[in-house]
Structures are given as structure tokens and as C-alpha cells.
Design a protein. Structure first.
Length: 310
């Protein structure tokens, strides 16, 4: 089967329509349509249902999609191997990790700090929210992602590579900003801002409140951690977040760290990845190991008994 037909099919699925896919591939729409028809003729099945509003997968198309992605990925690896090109490693990370932690690790990785020959991999970084990263990992569009733990186990191979401090933050004008030794009961009188349902910030609130959690008031700021930070800075509420997510705001004074009497439990940083990557697996394993050796909170000892890896 001509791989161009599979590439056309996957592009239409990812773009949501033939017009957008043709633009992404640099084809005329008519050329892309011909390739799709030839694919369906070879398979003797309709894989896409066309309509004035776009395209949707048929049942045959839904079954074909993971095989098509796998075939294209295998073709890419074959071309790199035969052409003596570096393996490709598609990496994804939450914005706070991508901005505050990963740059130094990736720079060291490129210089060979993970071991001889491992830094030659061609690394592509995708910065997005948790939902997008998990979806793209599951779909085979990413090979490795770094996420904060949200208390929900994943189905992919996974390892804890480090931990970060959990901080309670609020705007400098908040009534609790200058109170020393805050008790959990005092904190739970306030509204907690969380990024979205099922996110790390909500897990931290639930874990902090425990039996008191039903009393906590939650304000959702769906889709934007930056908006959550700004709302907290303007006194809209308080938030429990990994330190990396608010480090810059704490340094500039946009946010202040509340003095909570009860120590807040740290949050894990997880690596999740795909298997069966061929030559890229060695680079992936080396990068995960390098990340574990450079966990953002490894040097702090104010919390004891925390496992450094899993």
C-alpha cells in the first residue's frame, strides 16, 4: 500500500477536514481526495464520511487509524535507520515543566550528559495541557510526556522521576497573606482555584482537606493555568500548586506563599511513554534517567521520607 494514502488519511483525521489537511501537506484538495479514494479502493471499505461540515471516521476508519499511525511511524524509523539519521524522540510536557525544568535537562541531554551517543536523538517538544498530552501519547503522536501527578493512574508505562514542593499561594493583598502558621481549617474557609476537574491542583486540594474537603469551595478556571494565577494574584481565591508552576510569580511578588502550619505533601513528577520505538528507545530511557537525576526538588530536605523514584 502506498504510504501517501495512509498519510493523507491520518492528516484528514488530525486536521478535521480535507481542506485543512491539504493545506498542512501542501497538496491540492483534489490530489488529497484522489489519494483517499485510492485508499478506500485498496481496502474495499469507506474510511471517511464526508459532509458539508467536515469529515468523520467510519467504523472501518476507526479500526484503521491506529494501524495507519503505526505504519507511518515504522516508515519514518526505517528511513532514519537506512539514511543513518538520528532517531526521533517526540516529547511532550506541561507548560510549567517545559519552562521551569526541562530546558536545562534537554540542553544537557544534547551535550551527551545522559551517556555516549544518546544525545544525538532529534528531540521535538510539544507543550500543552494534560488532556492533549495524554491524547497524543495514546494516539502515537508523542513518545514521552512529563506530567504532574493528578492521582489518576495511566495505562502507559510510567515512572516517578522526581517531586516538587506543594505551595499554597494567594495575591499579596489577600487577608491571609501575612498570617503566620495558618491551620487547615483557616485555609478551608477560602475559595480554592483549580485548573480543571481531575487536574493536579484539585488532587492537592482534596488531599489537603481530606475529611474537611466537603467544606472547601472550588472555583474552576478551565484550560488556563496562567488565568488561574492571575485570578489568585488579584485576590479571587487561593490555590495549591506545584512550586514550579508559580515560581516566577513568587519571585516577582505577583503571588505570595501562604505560611501553612501543616506541611503540604509534595507532588510527583511522572514520565509516561510508549514502547516499541526501535532505536529511539535507548534515547528515551536515557532522557528519563537524566530527568530523574535532576529532579527539581531533590536538594530540599524540609520534607522527609519522600521516595525519589519509583
Amino acid at each position: 500500500m502506498d504510504s501517501r494514502y495512509l498519510r493523507a488519511f491520518v492528516a484528514v483525521v488530525d486536521a478535521g477536514g480535507i481542506s485543512a489537511a491539504a493545506a498542512a501537506l501542501g497538496y491540492a484538495q483534489s490530489t488529497l481526495s484522489v489519494q483517499l479514494r485510492r485508499l478506500e479502493r485498496e481496502l474495499d471499505a469507506e474510511v471517511l464520511r464526508r459532509s458539508p461540515t467536515g469529515t468523520t471516521l467510519t467504523e472501518a476508519g476507526r479500526l484503521l487509524l491506529p494501524y495507519a499511525r503505526e505504519a507511518l511511524e515504522l516508515e519514518e524509523r526505517m528511513r532514519r535507520a537506512v539514511g543513518d539519521r538520528a532517531p526521533r524522540l517526540r516529547l511532550g510536557a506541561l507548560e510549567s515543566l517545559a519552562v521551569e525544568w526541562l530546558p536545562d535537562i534537554l540542553a544537557a541531554f544534547g551535550r551527551g550528559a545522559a551517556g555516549p551517543g544518546t544525545g544525538a536523538a532529534e528531540v521535538r517538544l510539544r507543550v500543552a495541557g494534560r488532556g492533549v498530552l495524554q491524547e497524543e501519547l495514546a494516539a502515537g503522536r508523542l513518545d514521552l510526556v512529563f506530567l504532574f501527578d493528578n492521582g489518576v493512574p495511566g495505562g502507559d508505562p510510567c515512572s516517578v522521576v522526581g517531586h516538587d514542593r506543594t505551595v499554597a499561594v494567594a495575591g499579596p493583598g489577600h487577608r491571609l497573606a501575612r498570617v503566620r502558621g495558618l491551620a487547615p481549617e483557616e485555609l478551608l474557609e477560602e475559595e480554592f482555584l483549580v485548573a480543571e476537574a481531575g487536574c493536579t491542583s484539585q488532587m492537592l486540594v482534596d488531599r489537603f482537606g481530606r475529611d474537611l474537603a466537603p467544606r472547601a469551595r472550588l472555583g474552576m478556571v478551565t484550560g488556563s493555568l496562567a488565568a488561574l494565577r492571575r485570578l489568585a494574584a488579584h485576590g479571587r481565591g487561593i490555590a495549591l500548586l506545584p512550586h514550579l508552576a508559580v515560581r516566577q510569580d513568587l519571585e516577582t511578588g505577583e503571588l505570595v506563599e501562604l505560611d501553612v502550619r501543616q506541611g503540604l505533601e509534595p507532588v510527583s513528577i511522572e514520565a509516561r511513554w510508549r514502547t516499541g520505538l526501535g532505536p529511539a528507545e535507548r534515547s528515551l530511557t536515557a532522557l528519563v534517567s537524566l530527568a530523574r537525576r535532576n529532579a527539581p526538588w531533590a536538594a530540599e530536605a524540609s520534607f522527609t521520607g519522600v521516595a525519589r523514584s519509583a
